[in-house]
Write a protein that binds this ligand. Structure first.
Ligand code: SAH
Length: 249
């Protein structure tokens, strides 16, 4: 996969995409990442990318011309047509399902906003507009990195252990079960006995129950679309009517 990011601070990406799992995936050519400076597509001495909003109001907006020129130029850097993504609190909330869909694309092009946002006409270039959540960031760069991270780890070979993306949160519509490592007793806190038993069926059953209990208590909104048996549905309704989220999950 090829990923391009257009930004007024293109230097912020390298530290993150060059480190750890992403860094290794990039070295192995599982993905390429190229950041571009939006100011390279301005034509005035001050390399201006913003202007005051028509109608008045606080702050500055990103001008449409450099954005159009940058998206057209960067698109032409490679034969593959990119899926173009803009970021905004007004966008579609990002999700694991969307990360899965984007992992199927061969090329992504991110356009990162700054200031008070962008001239509305810039969004005509977008195939999708993504929100990272109901809060306001100073720019789209963190959103671009979050999407890059969530997508790249789904690409074949990106995680060392092919299985480790399988059981985790959201993969089956539920939150992941509780996990423990050594020591078995730590400051009077015990690891659940069944996990030390070596009985794989019992461990699987405990994990499923942990997953269901956590989801019921912490994110009941996820249960509507999760794939549960009749018995499991009864189990989660029972938990929701008798337990409280403050308890141990
Ligand atoms: N005035 C805008 C916010 C602009 S914040 C509004 O009220 O909607 C500047 C830039 O940061 C945005 O253009 C966008 O690219 C990015 N950004 C801010 N919050 C974001 C969020 N929750 N999700 C994705 N991108 C965000």
């Amino acid at each position: 996969m090829r990923i391009d990011a257009i930004s007024v601070i293109p230097q912020v990406f390298e530290g993150y995409v060059g480190a750890s799992i992403l860094g290794r995936a990039r070295t192995r050519q599982i993905f390429e990442f190229c950041a571009h400076d939006l100011r390279d597509w301005t034509h005035d001495r001050h390399r201006t990318v913003d202007d005051a909003p028509f109608g008045g109001g606080q702050g500055m907006l990103m001008k449409p011309e450099p954005i159009y020129e940058a998206v057209e130029a960067v698109t032409a850097f490679d034969e593959r047509r990119p899926h173009v993504i803009f970021f905004s609190p007004c966008g579609t909330p990002f999700s694991q399902a969307e990360a899965q869909r984007l992992a199927g694309e061969e090329r992504l092009l991110f356009v990162c906003g700054r200031y008070e946002g962008m001239d509305e006409r810039a969004y005509e270039l977008a195939d999708s507009v993504i929100s990272l959540g109901d809060y306001v960031l100073t720019g789209g760069e963190l959103a671009a990195l979050a999407v890059t991270d969530a997508v790249v780890r789904l690409l074949p070979g990106a995680l060392g252990d092919e299985m480790s993306a399988r059981d985790e949160s959201f993969s089956d519509g539920l939150l992941e079960y509780a996990q423990y490592t050594r020591p078995a007793t730590f400051r009077d806190m015990e690891v659940p006995q069944v996990l030390l038993s070596g009985d794989h069926a019992a461990v699987d059953a405990w994990r499923r129950e942990s997953s269901l209990r956590r989801t019921a208590l912490l994110r009941p909104d996820l249960l509507d679309s999760a794939d549960l048996s009749e018995t499991e549905r009864r189990f989660v309704y029972d938990i929701m009517s008798h337990e409280h989220p403050e308890g141990e999950v």
